[in-house]
Design a binder for this molecule. Structure first.
Ligand SMILES: Nc1ncnc2c1ncn2[C@@H]1O[C@H](COP(=O)(O)OP(=O)(O)OP(=O)(O)O)[C@@H](O)[C@H]1O
Ligand SMILES: [Mg+2]
Length: 442
């Protein structure tokens, strides 16, 4: 049984966006306000952060709909086991950084309880925990001390930290002279090498260059493998799915869901996309069109012909487009491009229906459908471009990017590529291939 490293029980964080100014309309009042202003400012400041019980209950009742109140987090609970690498995802302002700040004890929750077992090292914003006037070297020791380490312990790690950060030349320069990339390099090196039991990292990777980002990813993976806990916030979904076992999805301060990384990231991407499983243009003015053809509708369908967004991995997926040929006499190539969540083009498929192969199409209405067999695409969300060109000459008529989306969900039913393997298989496709194993007595 693994130990729980982090337990978060119903935490909320309320911010007051500002307290309204009250101004006097006569001189005596203004002077009085001026004299009292330090006290008022103090009260205002305090009221930004303090809420008493009665007030909180009032806020609950109003469901947080007051103008100047913002629930950065609302009743969030979860727990993380020792050695787990957990991702936290969500749109801008979802509350991710607020959550990490609470876990790092930089700010207290307004309500709720946080229990943390182990020494926490966190990397929240560029250079937090660094003193700008101190040199890189001094800051490494300062951070070690904050983490409760002795000088000797930091000495032991020092070379490793410097080597990882690649800022050796600037070690004796004050940190305020560092570029933001250099600051992040050193900060990450310190956070990851001072052997915290829990490593908390908020989106810092965005600042480093590609090579350093990869190095940080590998380091975090190692930290997880060593049995230490990692909490990682990022907007980079491929990084989240490759690094994390489990993901917690926040939206507007609330936990939407948590579960296996791929699954949750897939749901999050589909929810955030403006695409759907069906698009229809009723107004011919706005419909995507060229001189010869106009797109009328495009949709993702099941075998029964129903529009659907979610498919079991064993189920065929139909992608359909309806279009009008405005001027007859051209050979046409309707086609779809299917991309996965990493933007990888999985395949392009062109209409090769023998009936229309190299045959000019007369004016009129068409519906073309292509079928993706079951057990072909791997689990995850997909995005479809819908396009049509004429041949000889090749003239694009419409090309709608990521106009459709759908998701494939894995299944534990027999008959998929993973056999009885419980986890998700990696890879872009997941075909069921024929296997044969011969035995010979040795
Ligand atoms: N000190 C503060 N005072 C007032 N409001 C705050 C404060 N800190 C954060 N907020 C608000 O709380 C909400 C959550 O912010 P938070 O920084 O946690 O979001 P986030 O999920 O990290 O977003 P991003 O992806 O943009 O980093 C936001 O609406 C933000 O404006
Ligand atoms: Mg943030």
């Amino acid at each position: 049984m693994s130990q729980i490293a982090v337990n978060v029980e119903g935490i909320s964080k309320i911010y007051r966006l500002g307290v309204k100014e009250r101004s006097s309309d006569n001189i005596a009042g203004m002077i009085w306000d001026f004299v009292r202003s330090p006290l008022n400012n103090f009260r205002k400041y305090r009221s930004l952060y303090r809420f008493d019980e009665a007030e909180l209950q009032g806020l609950e009742a109003e469901n947080g709909q007051m103008d100047d109140i913002l629930w950065a987090l609302k009743n969030v609970s979860f727990s993380v086991d020792e050695g787990e690498v957990v991702g936290i995802i969500g749109g801008n302002g979802a509350g991710k950084s607020t959550l990490l700040k609470i876990l790092s004890r930089i700010t207290p929750p307004t309500t709720g309880e946080v229990i943390i077992r182990g020494r926490v090292s966190s990397l929240l914003e560029v250079g937090t925990g660094f003193h700008p006037e101190l040199t890189g070297r001094e800051n490494v020791y300062l951070n070690g001390t904050i983490l409760g380490m002795r000088k000797k312990e930091v000495d032991q790690r020092f070379d490793e930290i410097v080597a990882f950060s690649e800022v050796e030349k600037f070690l004796d320069t004050p940190v305020k002279r560092y570029s933001s990339g250099m600051r992040v390099r050193l900060a990450f090196a310190v956070a990851a090498h001072l052997e915290p039991e829990i490593l908390i990292v908020d989106e810092v990777l965005a600042v480093g260059d590609a090579a350093f980002q990869q190095k940080c990813m590998n380091k975090m993976q190692d930290v997880g493998k060593e049995g230490r806990t990692v909490l990682f916030v990022s907007h980079n979904m491929p990084a989240v799915t490759s690094l994390c076992d489990r993901v917690i999805w926040l939206d507007q301060g609330k936990k939407v869901s948590e579960g296996p990384a791929r699954e949750i990231v897939g749901d999050y991407l589909l929810a955030g996309s403006t695409t759907t499983a069906c698009r229809q243009w009723n107004d011919t003015e706005s419909a995507p069109a060229g001189r010869f053809a106009r797109l009328l509708a495009t949709r993702v369908i099941t075998e029964k012909g129903d529009v659907a967004e979610h498919f079991d991995i064993q189920q065929p997926v139909g992608i359909q487009m309806e279009y009008e040929v405005l001027e007859g006499g051209e050979v046409m190539l309707p086609h779809f491009r299917v991309k996965n969540e990493d933007g990888v083009l999985v395949f392009v498929t062109l209409d090769h229906d023998p009936e229309w192969y190299q045959r000019p199409r007369p004016a009129g209405f068409y519906t073309s459908t292509v079928w993706i067999p079951g057990n072909f695409l791997n689990e995850g969300p997909y995005f479809v471009d819908c396009a049509l060109i004429t041949r000889h000459p090749d003239i694009p008529q419409f090309n709608e990017l990521a106009v459709l989306s759908f998701a494939i969900a894995g299944s534990m039913e027999p008959g998929t590529a993973r056999g009885d393997w419980p986890g998700r298989l990696s890879g872009v496709v997941s075909p069921v291939l024929e296997w044969k194993t011969d035995y010979r007595k040795g």
